[in-house]
Ligand binder design. Structure first.
Ligand SMILES: NC(=O)c1ccc[n+]([C@@H]2O[C@H](COP(=O)([O-])OP(=O)(O)OC[C@H]3O[C@@H](n4cnc5c(N)ncnc54)[C@H](OP(=O)(O)O)[C@@H]3O)[C@@H](O)[C@H]2O)c1
Length: 318
């Protein structure tokens, strides 16, 4: 089968495409013919060796996909060949995984949408729970047209919040509006004053920050009393050094989390959240946004689009 391989750490252009042996599923495993694979910023970090988790070389980048079960190993009864599923899986034609790791994908959901869904929406959902977001509160989302950002716009509206979305271009802001944001701000020229104006001087109750650096610092100047700022990532390239005096003056909290830790530390919570999300996805109450669909062979181009800040929502390899 065809697979994209990271044989040496580096840039997207260092990836190679190879034909590798197809594996027969063992007991408890299933083989899935992948139809769509999600591409994310984390993949850019992983192939550069800059992610907190390191993978042994060579490896197939990518972690989430959607496809059709083609074979099942001994003892598997939960799925059968022909079933549409969400599955862990990378930039390859197929994946062999534990049967317990695949989830039925409803007929109403396209493979592309399914592949764009899990990591972004589980992160956004858990983040807003950690931020104790309540209906009627003001939610400020940075990098709101990115993967985890746009999912938070969608989820924030489901929680009943008033959503203020920031992004760097008018095209990105237009998609944030389309996804339900109540207000949008181009944060390349700052956002503190606009957030204050939009909130009658009070600031945002919950700030969702995948960007870090200067954006975090400015956020502390427009956080509401008893506000919560969520530390999600550092796409700006710099974690902020939070000034604790700002937290003290505002009675505010800075909350860090990783979605991977939730699955390890509280798998029941992670599973419950995923089931809620699957329900909302099936009924169309949430709708992942995909700006780019590219063939598998163009994995390097897809990763480069992410590096160049061109992707809105998610890029998917089909
Ligand atoms: N904590 C967790 O559990 C968790 C889970 C998933 C991802 N993450 C992290 O969340 C962050 C965002 O991931 P994502 O998948 O949403 O990424 P993404 O789709 O690439 O979006 C990131 C956004 O960051 C903004 N950005 C600002 N400065 C940037 C820069 N110098 N380079 C690139 N983008 C920049 C971009 O928006 P503008 O152009 O509008 O500024 C972009 O849309 C990453 O750091 C990732 O590791 C954390």
């Amino acid at each position: 089968m065809k697979a994209v391989l990271c044989e040496q750490l580096g840039s997207p252009q260092d990836l190679v495409i190879r034909d590798i042996d197809s594996r027969t599923p063992g007991a408890g495993e299933v083989k899935v013919a992948l139809k769509a694979r999600g591409v994310s910023y984390v993949d850019v970090l992983l192939i550069a060796g800059q992610y907190q988790v390191k993978r042994e070389l060579p490896f197939i980048p990518g972690s989430e996909a959607a496809g059709v079960v083609t074979e099942v190993g001994a003892g598997v009864e939960s799925v059968q060949p022909g079933d549409r599923v969400l599955t862990p899986g990378g930039f390859a034609e197929e994946a062999v995984v534990d049967a317990s790791d695949v989830t039925p994908l409803p007929d109403s959901v396209r493979f592309t949408t399914g592949a764009a869904f899990k990591s972004n929406y589980t992160t956004a959902y858990y983040g807003l729970q950690r931020g104790r977001l309540k209906a009627g509160e003001i939610l400020l989302i940075h990098g709101a047209a990115g993967g985890v950002g746009l999912a938070a716009v969608d989820m924030g509206k489901l929680f009943g919040a008033t959503v203020i979305a920031t992004a760097s271009t008018e095209d990105k802001l237009a998609v944030c509006k389309q996804m339900g944001a109540d207000h949008v701000i181009n944060y390349t020229e700052g956002f503190r004053e606009q957030v204050k104006d939009l909130t009658g001087g009070r600031g945002a109750d919950v700030i969702y920050d995948p960007v870090g650096g200067d954006i975090f610092d400015e956020s502390m100047r427009c956080i509401a009393p008893y506000g919560r700022i969520l530390i999600i990532g550092f796409t700006s390239g710099r974690p902020a050094l939070a000034k604790t005096n700002h937290l003290l003056i505002k009675d505010a909290e800075a909350i860090g989390f990783t979605i991977g830790a939730l699955s390890r530390h509280d798998p029941a919570w992670a599973q419950r959240n995923f089931e809620h999300l699957m329900g909302w996805l099936s009924s169309g109450r949430i709708s992942p946004y995909v700006s780019h669909e590219l063939p598998l062979e163009q994995a390097a181009e897809a990763l480069q689009l992410i590096t160049d800040r061109q992707v809105i929502g998610k890029a998917v390899l089909v």
